[in-house]
Design a protein around this ligand. Structure first.
Ligand code: RB5
Length: 147
């Protein structure tokens, strides 16, 4: 699976942990930065380019990390076609894909530890959309807002 990862300074350290782990696990991971911790950088500059690549079908999934995961989530969901959510628990990491067809999760580098983040990322990446009619119907109602 070809995926992307992006972070600002608040998520930089966690991104590096996830990047190394996911590549070692066989994922092809495009790194959208930041490439060094800069306290003046802005999460939209990393998250939005990745979200656009996902929306364009060039990447299958993405993981965005900022300090809390909140800003990354807000930014990503402004990109047409993107379904992103702040994820802090295992149930949501899986069900967010199975029911809501998430292509992106957002993690908090200041709120979620590395071992938990790895488990959340793996759960998210291994989950698949159920394709059930009721979930498609709900997603269509959301998608219509973008037209
Ligand atoms: C940056 O300091 C911080 O505001 C950002 O990483 C993120 O937590 C925003 O939601």
């Amino acid at each position: 699976m070809k995926i992307g990862i992006a972070a600002d300074h608040g998520g930089f350290a966690l991104k590096q942990v996830l990047l190394q782990h996911l590549r070692a696990g066989g994922y092809e991971v495009a790194d959208f930065g930041a490439y060094e911790p800069d306290p003046e950088d802005d999460y939209p500059d990393f998250v939005i380019p990745m979200a656009r690549e996902i929306a364009a079908g060039k990447l299958e999934r993405g993981i965005a990390v900022c300090g809390s995961g909140v800003g990354a989530s807000v930014a990503a969901n402004k990109v047409k076609g993107i379904r992103a959510a702040l994820i802090q628990d295992h149930f949501s990491a899986r069900q967010g894909v199975e029911d809501d067809d998430l292509q992106m999760i957002c993690l908090g580098g200041r709120t979620t530890g590395p071992s938990t983040a790895i488990e959340l990322a793996e759960t998210f990446l291994e989950a698949r959309f159920s394709g059930l009619e009721r979930h498609k119907r709900r997603l269509q109602k959301i998608a219509r807002l973008e037209d």
